[in-house]
Design a protein around this ligand. Structure first.
Ligand code: SAM
Ligand code: TMP
Length: 356
């Protein structure tokens, strides 16, 4: 298991002030709506099915389920986003999911046919309690489906900015299979996803209840063959990170010398890793624009670059935009075509530093 060694107390990260609203990306809205439809056509076709989502955020996935009148429950500790979900008629329980929560849900609502979680399980250090809770709450033939950034993509793309306080675990098929087995669960399917820079959607079921798909063995064998977990592989990753750091800092210093304006695009959690590792502050990047109202008017962690509203980007356009939200590149570049037409260039740093 590739994981952090230091844990930030959960109430400091997930509270009333939590600023990440999942519905901020049109592409991600489509991604989750598509999955909701898929669940409704497969796992949720029985008699009065019940789906639980861990970390439902602003309801980006459960919205479609709630509109269809299916029994559902979102578990979301961050008041800011939980309230946004509840306002849309989604049934939300404002708490952290863990074993005790699972038992309370089981008593009140009965077992779940689907337990789903996106970009949340990797945030949770008390993973043993989570999996015991899932084993308690899942119906005999139910599935626990979760998707998170994939270690294989992180190593392939040198996307070191996926490593930050909230991302406690960087999962692989091998680590998930081993983790599941300790709690009477089994990895029965894996699906590689292009979202957020490369993720895997893992399906767990009670051990022996379903036949594992061939993709499970295939991905584990692939990880084994490429030595995904050896120290050499991870040391190679580490040295590529330092090359990116040096290249990015040289480029930004050169642009500053040439008198070019550079701003950041997307005050992402990921960007805090980049700016703090590289020592990039307001001297090199004037401000970061972001469409999330809760982030605007604040400073980025550690290096204190001002965060401004999305419209600041075009008034006037900078010469270069450092794309911190590179995982949304397609959506953002399509939206900001005028920036390119005005002569602007994007700076990317994953998998290597370049301008486009
Ligand atoms: N599922 C959404 C998505 O994929 O866009 C939201 C992901 S967001 C990065 C992580 C979410 O997990 C936050 O809304 C946070 O409040 C929530 N969270 C953190 N710990 C949790 C826990 N123990 N139980 C339920 N939700 C949790
Ligand atoms: P994420 O990479 O963790 O999903 O965060 C993306 C951040 O980028 C989030 O703060 C919202 C912001 N953003 C914009 O400002 N404009 C956009 O068009 C998109 C897709 C995201």
């Amino acid at each position: 298991m590739v994981q952090l060694m230091e844990e930030v107390p959960r109430d400091r990260m997930f509270n009333e002030g939590y600023p990440y609203f999942s519905s901020g990306s049109a592409f991600m809205r489509e991604h989750f709506e598509g999955l909701a439809k898929r669940f409704m056509g497969t796992e949720l076709t029985g008699d009065d099915p019940f789906i639980v989502e861990i970390g439902c955020n602003d309801g980006v996935m459960l919205r479609a389920i709630a509109q269809s009148g299916l029994r559902h429950l979102g578990i979301e500790p961050s008041g800011s986003v939980a309230d946004a979900a509840a306002e849309q008629g989604i049934r939300v329980r404002k708490s952290f999911f863990e074993e005790s929560t699972a038992k309370e849900i089981l008593e009140a609502d009965g077992p779940a046919d689907v337990i789903y979680s996106a970009n949340t399980i990797c945030h949770i250090p008390y993973i043993g309690s989570i999996l015991d809770g899932i084993a308690a709450l899942l119906s005999p033939n139910g599935v626990f489906v979760f998707e998170d950034p994939y270690l294989g993509d992180i190593v392939d793309k040198t996307s070191f900015d996926q490593i930050y306080d909230e991302h406690f675990f960087l999962f692989s098929a091998q680590s998930v299979a081993a983790m599941a087995a300790r709690h009477g669960l089994e990895l029965v399917d894996v699906e590689h996803l292009a979202v957020h820079g490369g993720e895997v959607r893992y399906t767990l079921a009670r051990a022996g209840s379903r036949t594992p798909a061939p993709a499970v063995t295939e991905l584990q064998e692939q990880e084994h063959e490429r030595d995904l977990h050896t120290l050499d592989t991870l040391r190679g990753f580490g040295s590529r990170v330092l090359t990116i750091r040096d290249d990015l800092v040289s480029l930004l210093r050169r642009l500053k010398k040439e008198g070019k304006r550079v701003v950041g695009y997307g005050a992402t959690a990921k960007s805090a890793t980049v700016t703090n590792l590289c020592g990039i502050g307001p001297d090199l990047v004037e401000f970061v624009c972001d469409s999330t109202p809760a982030k605007q008017g604040r400073l980025t962690p550690g290096v204190h670059i001002p965060v401004r509203e999305a419209s600041a980007f075009s008034s006037p356009y900078p010469d270069y935009a450092l794309l911190f939200a590179w995982n949304h590149a397609e959506e953002i570049m399509a939206k900001e075509q005028e920036f390119r037409e005005a002569g602007g260039q994007w700076i990317l740093y994953v998998p290597d530093v370049r301008t486009v």
